[in-house]
Write a protein of this length. Structure first.
Length: 500
């Protein structure tokens, strides 16, 4: 690999090797309370804006998929006037009155078939799992037929599940047939909502009831300052952060001195690059672990952490003329832990001889395996070498940081992945991954709904495959689990845990 090729960025080629990607032991004490393993991005899992899940269930041919299409506003679910068209659990993104949720379409649920071992039994089993793992259930009944024995059996299961249920009396196409829907009070699931999935009649009232059945939305995430994108320049002392800012600004905006630690406070500068205005923030060099800093170094590190908190992307500068240090790795881990987009800039490249360039690429890959996804550029803040490649790398990282994958596409990919490589057996039982949804962006957060705990190595495997399929280049990627055990009366609604 030539120096110019390296300067353009090194692609990630993480093939899965069991046991080869154990977590790097680094200190996460860059905030007064360093985030732990379950708090990877400094946010409690309960505060993350996870999308609630609504399962649409009912016996065959009552109009479940038609109602799903009506709710999502698109004909994504296959509809045909014969029973049994839908067989698997299929997840879609939905939105009503600004509240986003995941809608899971299911096949026909015939409780009488569940013990036969037939295809209909497996379809019914999928519907039962969807109902058990959802935050709310939308139970669809054909109002023109009335409550059948199959409807009564499903209603009995739903009453005992403890999951909130909204009863949709479908195929009520006019006011004359509304009276037929009132007979569905006999199912014991509360008020039936007369709707027409085909024509959209009263679907708004039904969705209002669905929102009321869902858990309370989490608090609004903290907003970041608007305006130009904020780029924090961070790294060890004397790696060239201030020199880089001066070169980008075209003037001596901040003091530069051979003595390390010249910069004490973050310095903002609006700079026009690549046709856009950016807010670059020069920060103090981080000498050591946060809690080991004293005096001026302590407060400088505190201000650096604050500048990173309000930034959107961090450019971590590394002195290419010296071997990577533990502090370099710790600073990169700090950026990952707070969930910011990441670009690694190897500065002072003009001081690296050809022999060092030859071995540096492999050294970087070996030591930065937990950040192989980050764009890397080789620059010289003194000579201006390859400065034009910095902004494209920043834009790539921001694009990965804001990537959202549609739920349908995500689950289609996940189904193939699980079929090819199922989770390992744990405690004599193999956990099942029911489906997944992307709970948020900036950084991306994917939640796996499972029936059991997934080993750390398997979660890292899923993360690598997610990156291979969907990119997320330049961004941390959080993969968390939401465990859904079988619930009885009084049982908990589930357990959530997360890992990098």
């Amino acid at each position: 690999m030539s120096p110019d090729d390296e300067a353009a960025g090194v692609s990630t080629d993480d093939e899965f090797v069991p046991g080869a990607d154990e977590d790097l032991t680094v200190d996460s004490e860059f905030s007064p309370e360093g985030p732990g393993d379950e708090d990877f991005f400094g946010i409690d899992d309960d505060q993350i804006a996870e999308r609630p899940v609504v399962a649409v269930v009912g016996r065959p041919n009552v109009g479940k998929s038609t109602l799903v299409n009506r709710i999502i506003g698109s004909r994504l679910a296959v509809v045909e006037d014969t029973p049994g068209v839908t067989r698997d659990r299929v997840a879609y993104d939905a939105d009503w009155r600004g509240r986003q949720f995941t809608l899971v379409d299911t096949g026909g649920w015939e409780p009488s078939e569940e013990k036969t071992g037939s295809l209909a039994a497996r379809i019914a089993g999928q519907a039962r799992i969807a109902a058990r793992t959802a935050d709310a259930v939308l139970f669809v009944v054909d109002a023109t037929v009335g409550a059948t024995d199959a409807d009564d059996a499903v209603a009995d299961v739903l009453r005992r599940s403890g999951v909130p249920v909204v009863l949709a009396a479908n195929k009520v196409d006019n006011s004359a047939t509304e009276l037929t829907a009132s007979a569905l009070w006999s199912l014991g699931l509360g008020q039936p909502y007369p709707v027409s999935a085909l024509h959209g009649r009263a679907s708004g009232d039904l969705l209002d009831a669905v929102l009321e059945a869902l858990p309370e939305p989490p608090p609004e995430p903290r907003t970041r300052p608007s305006g130009p994108r904020r780029v924090a320049l961070i790294g060890r002392p004397n790696v060239g952060k201030s020199s880089l800012l001066n070169k980008l600004a075209g003037e001596e905006r901040v003091l530069v001195d051979a003595e390390a630690g010249t910069t004490r406070d973050p310095v903002d500068e609006l700079i026009e690059l690549g046709g856009k205005t950016w807010r670059f923030v020069d920060t103090a060099g981080i000498r050591r672990r946060f809690r080991e800093s004293q005096g001026a170094d302590y407060y400088a590190a505190l201000r650096t952490a604050g500048a990173l908190e309000v930034a959107e992307v961090a450019v971590v500068l590394v002195d290419a003329s010296q071997p990577l240090t533990e502090q370099d790795l710790r600073i990169i881990s700090m950026v990952i832990e707070v969930g910011r987009a990441l670009v690694i800039a190897f500065n002072k490249w003009d001081m690296v001889d050809e022999e060092r360039q030859h071995y540096l690429g492999r050294e970087i890959d070996r030591q930065l395996y937990n950040a192989r996804w980050a764009p890397r550029v080789n620059i010289s803040a003194t000579t201006g070498r390859h400065m034009d490649r910095l902004v494209p790398a920043i834009e790539t990282a921001l694009a990965g940081w804001e990537t959202r994958v549609p739920t349908g596409r995500l689950n289609s990919w996940l189904t193939s992945l699980i079929a090819a490589t199922p989770p390992p057996v744990r405690g004599g039982r193999q956990p099942k991954v029911l489906f997944a949804t992307q709970a948020g962006v900036r950084p991306p957060h994917v939640v796996l709904f499972t029936t059991g705990f997934l080993e750390a190595a398997y979660r890292r495997f899923v993360e690598r495959k997610l990156r291979e399929e969907f990119g997320f280049e330049g961004s941390p990627l959080k993969v968390s689990m939401r465990l859904r055990e079988k619930r009885g009366r009084g049982s908990s609604r589930g357990h959530s845990t997360s890992r990098r």
